[in-house]
Design a protein around this ligand. Sequence first.
Ligand code: SF4
Ligand code: SF4
Length: 168
Amino acid sequence: MLPLITDREFIKQQAEKLEEENDTFRSFLKILNGDELDIKVHELNETISPQIDCTVCGACCRQLMINVTEGEKINVATALNITPQKFKEDYLEESMEGKLIINTIPCHFLADSKCSIYANRFTECRAFPHLHENNFKGRLFGTLIHYAMCPIIFNVIEQLKVEVEFKN
Ligand code: SF4
Ligand code: SF4
């Protein structure tokens, strides 16, 4: 395994430096078997993810737009001891597609790089960066967009290059 990199400044610089390489890597991955690729990515994610402390990063909470379901609106409002209507007024807005989203970036609930509603955080927060899910190939573009931001994605992608013997 490559040594784990968590320095976000270094990752940002690497992302700029490797932009072309990552475009080529994306095309290279498209010709590989999607199911086999999913297995590899799941394994890498299971190894790498637990070694990265999201509570000292919080970058996704600072940069992503978070969708909220009706059920989550009610759950979090209950946890905060306010009405769903008040929760909506204070924390949500409707996206162009008419979906509920958190009305600030960074997210309201981020405090000192930690989620203040962690036990009740939204499905989208739990799922990011989606590397445990199937169809990695179908989400390549979105995953690589966050390569510079998310140390988990960065390390999984760099190790994946080694595992699939990618040569730029
Ligand atoms: S709800 Fe919590 S985990 Fe989700 S974006 Fe906000 S601070 Fe981050
Ligand atoms: S950007 Fe990635 S490493 Fe950072 S908190 Fe989010 S999921 Fe964790």
